[in-house]
Design a protein. Structure first.
Length: 490
């Protein structure tokens, strides 16, 4: 009898051990705390290769590479006295210094929300690269297969897909799908569907951690995720009749320039679906992680419509959250909408309720024109954003002032930093903006470190064109405006 029981226990132990071994290749959770999510994930090595073996190696692009010799004078001209984060709460500067001091040991994640000026990713790439140069690199950050949503991608990759999908984003007035922290969602009910992220270069060297934010109401889905010769095959758990968002965390000893996701399902359809909300690509080492979370045409109500903001942003664990909307709120009517202040305050409150220890930056919008009419409300919005930042214990980045103030857009256009719509920046314009935003963070850290008694930073400004701004720098580089000024590289 005892022998029989022992055999039964050994059999059960063997089954349990086999199941644990199978699960060791991936982690799927209902967004458990970060410290419970990393358990030595190991993919299968296969012969088939996903990616381009001749892809360009990774390089961290800099403003010097893009702007040429004039980039050397940008930081010198737009000085620490003007290009800096403002704050009124005396604790904010020290909190920023403390969080930045932990970048290389515990990490420093930035979640940068915004509209089309963030969506393209170019400014974020510049800011990410500059901050990672000083604080170490924790990876690429959040992405999404934008082709499914029929919109443009971020600047360093493109996406493809197969199958039938529907999509939604936070710029739409009534999203058909619950949205995640990326501001996008895509759903399929097909028995077979796929999507791929194809980067223009291979990623940084080193191990990678890929986090897939998703939701499903069926236990019949199998997801294959592959890059280079490394493959994960995961049977996704059933999320229930009213599924919540979940996160699948996968490890890759190395990655190619491509990341492919293949979804299959067996059995009858019976209302099944799979939704993808975003993919974060991260290193396994601490450092700066910069998530670019822009949605073209979005306004200050965007984050308030994110169903899964709390659960998914908890996994991003941001130390710094940038709220960078405003252009689409004021552009069409050249005025401050009645609901704008309410939306801004509610957004701050929702972010702070989930991330009470994170620092929040509010930004102002750049000067712009429409049909040869200056959008004077950009000054009104800058004034509003500064007031709300100070009233709600946020940092404030006055991009309106730093870019040049009123009527400065004409100069940006003349020098080729903005496109013909006088709103959207060119790649060079984004490079300038991203470089200066990162430098503003570094400048603030330098000021706080050099003056431990510093209680606040407030810069008095006016609506007029500002000294030591981008406009002044452009005129110093060349008194005669010309769009080919930056065509010559060193």
């Amino acid at each position: 009898m005892i022998l029989f029981l022992m055999r039964g226990l050994l059999l059960r132990f063997g089954i349990l051990a086999g199941a644990l071994t199978l699960l060791a290749s991936c982690t799927t959770s209902t967004l458990a705390p970060q410290d419970q999510a990393d358990r030595g994930l190991t993919p299968q090595r296969v012969d088939a290769y996903v990616g381009n073996k001749a892809a360009k190696p990774y390089t961290r692009r800099t403003s010097a590479e893009l702007l040429g010799t004039p980039a050397q004078s940008l930081i010198r001209y737009v000085t620490i006295e003007t290009n800096i984060l403002e704050f009124k709460n005396p604790t904010l500067g020290q909190e920023l210094e403390n969080k930045w001091g932990q970048a290389k040991t515990e990490g420093f994640a930035v979640a940068h929300f915004g509209d089309s000026l963030v969506h393209g990713g170019f400014a974020a790439e510049m800011a990410r690269g500059r901050l990672q140069t000083f604080g170490g690199s924790a990876g690429r950050g959040m992405t999404f297969p934008y082709a499914i949503a029929k919109t443009y991608s971020q600047n360093d990759f493109k996406s493809t897909f197969t199958g039938e999908w529907i999509s939604a984003n936070s710029a739409q007035p009534s999203p058909r799908l619950p949205l995640g922290v990326s501001g996008f969602a895509a759903r399929t009910s097909d028995a077979s569907a796929s999507f791929s992220l194809n980067f223009y270069t291979v990623p940084e060297l080193g191990k990678k951690r890929v986090k897939v934010f998703y939701s499903t109401n069926s236990a019949n889905y199998t997801l294959r995720v592959q890059s280079a010769n490394f493959l994960h095959r995961v049977n996704l758990p059933n999320g229930g009749a009213q599924p919540r968002t979940q996160m699948l965390e996968l490890s890759f000893p190395e990655m190619s320039d491509a990341l492919r996701f293949e979804l299959t399902s067996v059995g009858p359809n019976s209302g099944r679906f799979f939704e993808v909300h975003g993919i974060s690509i991260e290193n396994t080492t601490p450092g700066v992680l910069y998530h670019s979370l822009g949605v073209g045409s979005a306004n200050y109500g965007a984050l308030l419509g994110q169903t899964y903001f709390e659960e998914q942003s908890a996994q991003l664990a941001p130390a710094l959250i940038v709220l960078d909307w405003g252009t689409n709120d004021i552009y069409s009517k050249n005025s401050i909408p009645l609901e704008l202040e309410k939306n801004m305050v509610q957004t701050i409150k929702r972010v702070r309720a989930q991330h009470p220890k994170a620092l929040i930056i509010l930004t102002s919008a750049q000067d712009m024109t429409s049909r040869r009419r200056n959008i004077t409300a950009t000054w009104d919005f800058a004034t509003l954003a500064r007031r709300l930042a100070f009233e709600n214990d946020c940092l404030f980045y006055d991009w309106y002032r730093i870019a040049g103030g009123r009527a400065s857009m004409a100069t940006w256009v003349a020098y080729g930093l903005t496109g013909p719509d006088h709103i959207h920046l060119t790649g060079l314009g984004h490079a300038v903006k991203g470089e200066l935003f990162a430098q503003a963070i570094l400048n603030t850290l330098e000021r706080v470190k050099s003056d431990p008694t510093l209680k606040s930073i407030e810069i008095k400004t006016t609506v007029a064109t500002q000294p030591h701004s981008v406009v002044g720098w452009l005129k110093e580089v060349s008194a005669v405006p010309r769009k080919g000024l930056f065509d010559k590289r060193p």
